[in-house]
Design a protein around this ligand. Structure first.
Ligand SMILES: [Zn+2]
Length: 192
């Protein structure tokens, strides 16, 4: 079965047992939001105990506080009433395995999927690639505790974020499934 058919079959089964979820309110019932990585090993609904309707989950590569992640967080509190936020990065994140320079070089070479060797990513495509990658800040990570702390601090310092929202900083351990607090991040994220 193709991925498309697998997804549609899974959705058919999900919708068949949808129950009262059609009556859920738009604002998240538990009043919080999580910003986390898109990594396929992370399932915020499971690791944070969420059901449909409970919380906002904003995901991108690295779980970074990009302008677009902040756009979502601002909508999350301003229009939909969330009162507490989490920034959750994770161990063994793909964003630790390259730099802006590396991904720009890979994309300049070709648009095919790169390979990952012991020395990092390398390109196996034949091209052409594109220089457009130069114009994107890829928000790569060299140290998880530092990236969580920076992102919490950036969110807290944003002029559209009210001082009263606490932002908690954690690293999800992909080996144990545990959330590990980053104290410097949580300190930076304290509600005023
Ligand atoms: Zn990741």
């Amino acid at each position: 079965m193709s991925v498309l058919n697998e997804v549609l079959a899974a959705n058919e089964a999900y919708a068949a047992d949808f129950g009262a979820k059609g009556e859920l309110a738009l604002p998240p019932a538990r009043g919080f939001a999580i910003l986390t990585c898109m990594d396929a090993r992370l399932d915020p609904a499971k690791y944070a105990g969420l059901s449909e309707g409970d919380a906002h989950v904003i995901r991108n590569a690295g779980g970074r506080a990009s302008d677009d992640a902040i756009r979502s967080l601002v909508i999350s509190y301003k229009l939909l009433g969330t009162k507490e936020w989490f920034v959750i990065h994770h161990s063994n994140c793909g964003m630790e395995f390259f730099t802006d320079e590396v991904i720009r070089g890979l994309l300049a070479n070709s648009l095919e999927t790169a390979a990952l060797g012991v020395e990092g990513f390398y390109d196996v495509g034949t091209g052409p690639g594109s220089a457009e990658a130069k114009y994107i800040d890829w928000l790569t990570i060299s140290d998880q505790a530092q990236s969580v702390t920076e992102d919490v601090a950036r969110i807290k310092a944003h002029p559209l974020v009210p001082a009263g929202i606490p932002v908690y900083g954690y690293i999800y351990d992909v080996v144990t499934g545990r959330l590990i607090e980053v104290p410097t991040a949580t300190a930076a994220g304290k509600a005023a």
